[in-house]
Design a protein around this ligand. Structure first.
Ligand code: BGC
Length: 361
């Protein structure tokens, strides 16, 4: 049997047998944050597809929203002899200890989608252009606003996720001039309103705002926060509303809350991840846009970077991201805004999701 067939066979074995697989077989360990969100199941599925031809053996483990379990997952993979760790942290700072342990064992560490913070143990960052995701939200909402005094509601992801800051930064840099000139009035964050004249916020200033508007990446929190915000304002803050929705799961939950408020006549809401349920919401006119972050590309980038490291080379970089300790090399992947208008070409014709998953296309 050729060595490549043996390796491919071991990928299959590992993916099906999981921890029963032989210790020495695993070259690349992949750690994802949770199975409970469709986004990370997308990554698992796309990894499994791509790994069939990757030419190395790999194992995928989930941390289930628990940094302690994440660390144990990393230790398990180290004990199986991995050469490269691909890790999407549950909590950016807590994951530093897991990265440090991998580094100490001679393993190359690739931060995947989310940046691990405050450690020098990260060799590479595989990511989308997350600032552009936020900018796409801002641009979309600005394109729908007319005149002055439009009602703006901001929401953000979990403060433990570095991406939440990058998404917010992108959105803020687009929207802030339009808050300053009165096009928008921020209705659910007095902190954001207080920085109306400042385009470039410090991390601490961003943190103060995110503290008020976070959904914690949890759709239940998102729904309750939207409901509480709507209860706290009068009808003058409703009518037509513009909502920075931070990801598809939370955006659908908030869209439902805004939709049932009798004083909300029209709402525009953003999202990201091109989840199947949100594509259906866009078709049905219940969510305005999503951002396609083509996970197939991210997975291929991660695999290419892992192969570079295994071959003793260095993956391509076009920029660096500072993680609080060091500048981490990266080559961010572009994103695509998806609305009702381009949904067919961006999602169906690109082969991202098949047409049979949707009704009313
Ligand atoms: C990812 C998003 C995801 C969110 C919640 C972010 O770090 O980039 O795609 O929706 O986490 O899991």
């Amino acid at each position: 049997m050729k060595i490549s067939s043996l390796l491919t066979a071991s990928v299959f074995a590992l993916l099906t047998l999981g921890s029963a697989a032989l210790a020495a077989d695993v070259q690349v360990g992949i750690v994802l944050p949770t199975k409970d969100e469709p986004r990370w199941i997308q990554d698992q599925t796309r990894f499994e597809d791509a790994l069939k031809t990757a030419g190395f053996s790999a194992e995928v483990l989930f941390s289930q929203g628990d940094s302690a379990r994440e660390k144990t997952n990393v230790e398990t993979l180290i004990s199986k002899g991995i050469k490269v760790l691909v890790i999407c942290p549950q909590d950016a700072t807590a994951a530093a200890a897991a990265a440090d342990a991998a580094k100490a064992a001679g393993v190359k560490v690739i931060s995947y989608d989310r940046l691990i913070r405050d450690t020098a143990a990260i060799d590479y960052y595989v990511t989308f252009d997350s600032v552009q995701v936020g900018a796409a939200w801002g641009d979309y909402l600005i394109s729908k606003a007319e005149g002055k005094g439009n009602n703006l509601y901001f929401y953000a992801g979990a403060a433990s996720d570095n991406n939440a800051f990058l998404f917010f930064q992108g959105a803020w840099q687009e929207l802030q001039p339009k808050i300053a000139d009165g096009t928008f009035i921020v209705r659910n964050s007095d902190k954001a309103a207080s920085f109306a004249d400042k385009r470039d916020l410090t991390r601490d200033e961003q943190s103060q705002i995110i503290g008020q508007i976070t959904t914690n990446w949890d759709s239940n929190v998102a729904r309750s926060k939207a409901e509480a915000n709507l209860t706290a304002v009068g009808p003058e803050a409703k009518g037509t509303v513009f909502i920075v929705g931070p990801n598809d799961g939370g955006s659908r939950a908030m869209a439902d809350a805004f939709a049932v408020d009798k004083d909300v006549k029209t709402y525009y809401i953003t999202g990201q991840d091109a989840e199947i349920a949100s594509i259906q919401y866009i078709i049905d006119g219940k969510q305005s846009m999503t951002v396609l972050k083509d996970v197939r590309t991210l997975v291929n980038d991660a695999i290419a970077a892992a192969i570079s490291f295994i071959d003793g080379k260095t993956p391509d970089k076009t920029m660096v991201y500072n993680n609080g300790a060091v500048d981490v090399p990266a080559k961010p992947t572009p994103i695509v805004t998806v609305t009702k208008e381009n949904l067919k070409s961006a999602i169906i014709d690109s082969g991202y999701w098949s047409a049979d998953k949707f009704t009313g296309l």
